[in-house]
Design a binder for this molecule. Structure first.
Ligand code: AMP
Length: 400
């Protein structure tokens, strides 16, 4: 991955189109998690301190045309608080409102443009729309790794119209992902949990070719156990995926990747918070019970493998972590990864959907080397797919 970094750009007095990802969780007009906004601060600081005129572009939700409930305007106080700077607003991302906002910007100032998805041309990567956006600025800075799996006008198209660079957050994400999978210190352990094999088939196929150990947890481990002829009882299991699981195990064997399945399971008969549970060795799983978490012997096994490894990549909880105490397996494994990371023994990278909330719940998020704020883009990267937003940045660097 070769891309121009914002740090090396001369932005003083220039209008910079900054693609951010402000698609944050919100309820009744209140942002419930500001992580994505807070993580943009280093880029905003660089731009304001160096006298850039910054126009922020983002999508929010999936509006069909102009839809007031998807306006970005309600975010302004949160942006100003997080970024420590005044943020202006333009009621459209193209046309007169955007042009007037761009013309009025002074060095070091920041203005947010309205939701790019109010124009259907954004998702179509429409060339005329992209040109209208490009005409507003002199530099394109993409700091939205979490939207980089989309080839849209503001995430991909713009890179072909203006000198393009990666913002600080994009750069940090790419460096962390590179250290975890493209160019890792070995051995590498991938911990993959979550509900279903079917949603992570491509991830698993790609990972077994790249990592030394793949530890499977969560519901998806059941499908592998079933494929191996083991009892899975009433646990979540995609029996129609057994052949896929066998194919993944065959690829792993050929690639010298060891697949590790849970050694013991926390099982229940009635699904609810604080339900009584019993722990069984994986080989002794009773037919009438349901496995909802990894047991202590599995967590111990993870510790043993960690002691051998230099890099860990994590996606997906090892159990139904939303319902206590079935977060114990995920918490125990997260604490082990955190300990090894703090001791400087491993590089740990985690991301994708529920993983972030699971690690947050385990109280370990600060101790991992890097936790990605991206969901879909992180998973597509784990699948080994090129991300259009990232590809566009590197093709620009090569052309320069
Ligand atoms: P994913 O989005 O595929 O990473 O899946 C996350 C979901 O997997 C979480 O909501 C967990 O509750 C669920 N999950 C993890 N382990 C199990 C399990 N053993 N049985 C059922 N669901 C599980």
């Amino acid at each position: 991955m070769d891309f121009q970094s914002l740090k090396n750009m001369d932005v003083t007095g220039k209008t910079v189109l900054l693609r951010a990802d402000l698609n944050v969780p919100a309820k009744d007009g209140v942002i419930t998690d500001t992580t994505r906004i807070d993580r943009l601060k280093p880029t905003i600081d660089f731009l304001t301190k160096n006298g850039a005129k910054t126009l922020v572009l983002s999508h929010f939700g999936r509006p069909k045309g102009v839809t007031p409930e998807f306006s970005l305007e309600f975010m302004l106080p949160t942006l100003e608080k997080s970024w420590g700077t005044k943020v202006g607003f333009a009621k459209d991302c193209i046309g007169a409102p955007a042009e007037q906002a761009a013309a009025a910007l002074q060095n070091g100032q920041v203005t947010l443009l309205e939701n790019v998805r109010f124009h259907p041309e954004e998702e179509k990567n429409d060339p005329a729309f992209t040109k209208q956006l490009a005409a507003l600025g002199e530099i394109y800075c993409n700091d939205a790794f979490s939207a980089a799996h989309r080839a849209h006008a503001s995430t991909e198209g713009l890179a072909h119209h203006l000198p393009a660079c990666a913002g600080m957050l994009m750069e940090a994400e790419l460096n962390a992902l590179n250290a975890a999978l493209e160019n890792p210190a070995r051995p590498v352990l991938a911990l993959v949990g979550g509900a279903k094999v079917s949603t992570k088939l491509s991830v698993l196929h790609n990972l077994v070719k790249k990592v030394d150990y793949l530890l499977l947890g969560g519901g998806m481990a059941n499908t592998f156990m079933y494929a191996l002829g083991m009892e899975v009882g009433k646990s979540l299991c995609e029996k129609d995926m057994a052949d896929e699981a066998k194919a993944i195990m065959a690829t792993a064997k050929a690639a010298n990747c060891e697949i590790i399945l849970p050694i013991d399971r926390v099982t229940i008969t009635e699904f609810r918070e604080n339900a009584p549970f019993e722990i069984y060795a994986a080989a002794d799983m009773p037919a009438e019970r349901e496995a909802v978490d990894a047991g202590p012997a599995t967590v111990e096994k993870i510790r043993e493998v960690l002691a051998e490894c230099k890099t860990v990549l994590w996606n997906g909880p090892l159990g139904v972590f939303e319902v206590k105490p079935f977060d114990n397996g995920t918490n125990g494994a997260a604490q082990a990864v955190a300990e090894f990371t703090k001791a400087g023994k491993i590089v740990s990278v985690a991301g994708g959907g529920d993983t972030v909330s699971a690690l947050e719940q385990a109280g370990c998020i600060e101790d991992f080397t890097y936790v990605s704020s991206a969901g879909g883009a992180f998973l597509e990267w784990m699948e080994g797919k090129p991300l259009p937003g990232v590809e566009a940045l590197s093709s620009q660097k090569k052309a320069a």
